[in-house]
Ligand binder design. Structure first.
Ligand code: ADP
Ligand code: ASP
Ligand code: MG
Length: 453
């Protein structure tokens, strides 16, 4: 039985939290592989370094070292502290090199922002050793997690990662060692760190689970499980006991921050069940995400929202009669690597929903559209996509009308709808200013005080 256990930033964010999760790992039976995020706040600090070239390096280094050494000082003493410091110093050499390397290098930022995981895993491995668990901190490079793609938004190469990990990690399990692997990033064919986007440790853990064909992936975080909505927006959100991969994938992709958008892919491929659990309340059962949950006939199970989006609408009288035009537009947008969250067409328009950060590049590309009569390109900013997942959202007569009447209560204009494209979700776009109201009204109306999602 192989369990891959991923611990998020708050779960490894303090000496107490580190001790608590080491206890959870030590109390888990069978073979275990641990994947950890950076201590909470550390990645944000590293991002501020890459975004602000004028920061004083001496003070950066001091703050970074302090954060980890002060935690270590509360966790280790004597020889245990010396052993930790020896490895810490080695890793600081790599830190110095990464921060002081060429800022114009396309992978510079990845090299810096991925530093936090190298130190949290070191702390955790040493805490485990102190508890008598044979553990080893391993970087993604040494584990063989292979990444490809663009800076700050890499994807794992599952096949190569499986080969790498079979060589580097599986033998440790046979020796009774618990590998503690850095989350968040993999290594490119050229040996450079490449991160999987913010929150990417969930995805890294799913890649590890896929590579070793784990029996279960556990995502340990700071809430009781996958909830009916973001508990920061909806304080009475309730925990969902069981979900299908498809439902969780849609919600994560469309904004439920509890899982990185791509976490489901690698585990779904191998039918590996995923549990979301609270590291502060390990006795709670959490949420089980797997292949086939029992239907419960709930109209709405969970609602997520993706903010900071924009709608780009292209108008042309030729649109309906020149099908190649839409294809050409899609090709051009694909060249910018922009994710399209929704598409809608009419006789003379095609509208795309993209992240607001991608608007500039997309418009630049669309200027290269030649051979077609374009009348206008409009951009509507400050919109958000609501993703509603439920059992009967699509099959039952009148459900969408009902949902949209709830949206009307929030006085929100529905700007775009995507219905029927997914089997499990109904997605629609509203102005950013209304997103919280809409989520709240939908939640109150359809989930409300239900005590068991
Ligand atoms: P970690 O550091 O453990 O990866 P994150 O902060 O990335 O934790 O994700 C957990 C947070 O996700 C929760 O604290 C919660 O605020 C937020 N969240 C958003 N949507 C949901 C949801 N549907 N269910 C649970 N948590 C959610
Ligand atoms: N530490 C990284 C971040 O804050 C990755 C993660 O936590 O999943 O984005
Ligand atoms: Mg996270």
């Amino acid at each position: 039985m192989i369990t891959v256990m991923k611990f998020g930033g708050t779960s490894v964010g303090s000496p107490e939290a580190l001790r608590r999760v080491a206890g959870i790992i030590a109390g888990t039976e069978g073979e275990r592989i641990v994947v950890a995020s950076a201590m909470s706040g550390v990645t944000n600090f590293l991002v501020s370094i890459v975004e602000n070239p004028l920061m004083d390096y001496k003070s950066i280094r001091e703050q970074f070292v302090n954060k980890h050494v002060s935690a270590a000082a509360q966790l280790f003493e004597g020889e245990a502290m010396d052993a930790f410091m020896k490895e810490m110093d080695e890793r600081m050499e790599a830190f110095d090199k990464a921060v002081n390397s060429d800022r114009n290098d396309p992978f510079y930022k990845d090299g810096v922002v991925s530093q936090g995981e190298r130190f949290s895993t070191l702390l955790l491995a040493h805490v485990l050793k102190g508890m008598g668990v044979e553990a080893k901190a391993i970087t993604s490079e040494d584990a063989g997690i292979v990444a490809e793609g663009h800076p700050l938004s890499g994807s794992a190469n599952l096949q190569l990662s499986e080969s790498g990990m079979t060589m580097n990690v599986t033998p440790l399990l046979a020796m009774g060692v618990v590998p503690v692997i850095t989350g968040y990033y993999g290594v490119t064919a050229e040996g450079r760190p490449l991160t999987f986007g913010r929150g990417g440790s969930d995805y890294a853990a799913a890649v590890v689970a896929n590579a070793v064909s784990a029996d279960v992936l556990e995502i340990w975080t700071d809430v009781d499980g996958f909830m009916s909505a973001d508990p920061r927006i909806i304080p009475n959100a309730i925990k969902i006991e069981e979900m299908n991969f498809g439902e969780a994938a849609e919600l994560a992709y469309f904004g439920a921050k509890v899982l990185h958008p791509r976490t489901i892919e690698p585990v779904r491929l191998k039918h590996i069940p995923l549990k979301v659990k609270n590291s502060f309340k390990p006795e709670e059962p959490g949420t089980l995400i797997h292949h086939l949950r029992k239907p419960k006939n709930e109209l709405l199970r969970s609602v997520a929202a993706k903010t900071d989006l924009s709608i780009i609408t292209i108008s042309s009288a030729e649109m309906a009669y020149k099908p190649s035009m839409v294809a050409r537009i899609l090709d051009l947008i694909a060249e910018t690597d922009t994710i399209i969250y929704s598409i809608s067409t009419s006789l003379s328009t095609v509208a795309f929903l993209v992240h607001s950060n991608d608007v500039k590049n997309t418009l630049r590309k669309l200027n290269c559209l030649t051979g077609y009569e374009i009348e206008r390109i409009d951009v509507k900013n400050h919109v958000a996509l609501i993703c509603a997942v439920g059992d009967n959202l699509l099959g039952k007569c009148g459900v969408s009308a009902d949902i949209f009447s709830a949206v009307k209560e929030a006085n929100a204009n529905v700007e775009m709808i995507s219905e029927g494209a997914s089997e499990v979700s109904l997605n629609f776009v509203v102005p950013m200013s209304k997103v919280i109201d809409v989520v709240r009204i939908l939640h109150d109306k359809y989930i409300g005080e239900r005590d068991d999602a």
